[in-house]
Design a protein around this ligand. Sequence first.
Ligand SMILES: Nc1ncnc2c1ncn2[C@@H]1O[C@H](COP(=O)(O)OP(=O)(O)O)[C@@H](O)[C@H]1O
Ligand SMILES: N[C@@H](CCOP(=O)(O)O)C(=O)O
Length: 310
Amino acid sequence: MSVYTPVSDAALAAFLADYDLGRPLRLTGISAGVENSNFFLDTEGGNTVLTIFERLPIHEIPYFLDLTDWLGRADIPCPRPIPARDGRTLKTLCGKPAAIVQRLPGHSVEGRNPTAEEITLLGRLLARMHRAGQDFPVHRPNPAGPQWWLETAQRLRAHLCRDDVALVQDELREQGQNACQHLPQGVIHADLFPDNVLFSADRITGIIDFYYACDDLWLYDLAIVANAWCSRPDGSLDSTLSQTLWEAYTSERPLVAEEEACWFPLLRAAALRFWLLRLDAQHFPRAGDLTQCKDPAEYQRILLARREGC
Ligand SMILES: Nc1ncnc2c1ncn2[C@@H]1O[C@H](COP(=O)(O)OP(=O)(O)O)[C@@H](O)[C@H]1O
Ligand SMILES: N[C@@H](CCOP(=O)(O)O)C(=O)O
C-alpha cells in the first residue's frame, strides 16, 4: 500500500477548511503508485484525489500542477488541481506538500492487451496533448535525458554482466551519433504506460501521473507509448498495433519529413531509458519503496528487438 503518510481526521479537517469542498466524507488510501501518498478523498463538494508529495523537491511541484491545469483547460482529460480559497493549488498537509486534484472516472487496460480502438484513441489524444502543450510557458528540460543515461550507465556498470555493459555502451554510442535532436518538440508526458491512462466506454477519460513530464521531442513520447503499448512478449513491435498508433497520432499532428527517419532511433532511446530506469530501481532501491520493481528484462528485450529493426 503506497501510503507513506497517514492522515488523521483532525489534520484532514484542518486542511479542508481552506477549501470550498465542504466536510470530508471518506478518505481511502490508494494502493497503486510508488512516488506519492495518494488517497481518494470524498467530500460534501465532490470526489477528488488527495496527493501528499513524498519525494519531489517542493520547487518542482508547481510545474506539474500548472501543466495539468493548462492541459485540462484545453480539454485534455487530466486531473486538474483544485485551488484552495486563497487560489493556491499547492498546500501543506502533515508537514509535507499536498494538493487536491480532480478524480477522473474510468479504468486502465493494465493486465490485458489493448484493442485497436483504444490505441487509436490514445494516438489521437497524445497528438492533441502535444499541440495543447505547445504554448505552455514553463519549461522543464528532461531530467532523464542523455546525461542521465550516461550517469546511470556509469552507476550501474559494476552491477551488470559484461554483455549488458557492452549493450548499454554500444547503444549510448549509437544514440550519441543520431541526428534526431532538432525534431519538433514541446511538453511530453514521458511515462504514458497503460497504468496511466483511464478509459470509460469508448473514450479516454484520464491521463494521469505527469511527474515525468518535461520538454523533449514529441516523437520520443510517441516512441515511449509504442514500446509500452505495442510490444509483444518477445520485445518485437506488434506492427499492426504500432501502425494503428502511428496513423492515429499523425492524423492529429502530421510529422515533418525528418521525423520518419528518427522513428527507430527514438524507439531505441525510449527502450534504453526504461531499461536503465528499471535496472536502477532494481540495483539501487530507494528507501521506502514499497512496490515490486518492474522487470528490467522486458525492456532489454524491447531494446534488442528495436536494434534488429523489429
Ligand atoms: N486523478 C485521478 N483520478 C482517478 N484515479 C487516480 C487519479 N490519480 C491517481 N489515481 C489512481 O491512483 C493510482 C496511483 O496514482 P499515480 O499518480 O500513478 O501514483 P504515483 O505517482 O505514486 O505512481 C493510479 O493508478 C490510479 O488508479
Ligand atoms: N512506467 C515506468 C515506471 C514509472 O512508474 P510509475 O509507477 O511512476 O508510473 C515503467 O514501467 O518502468
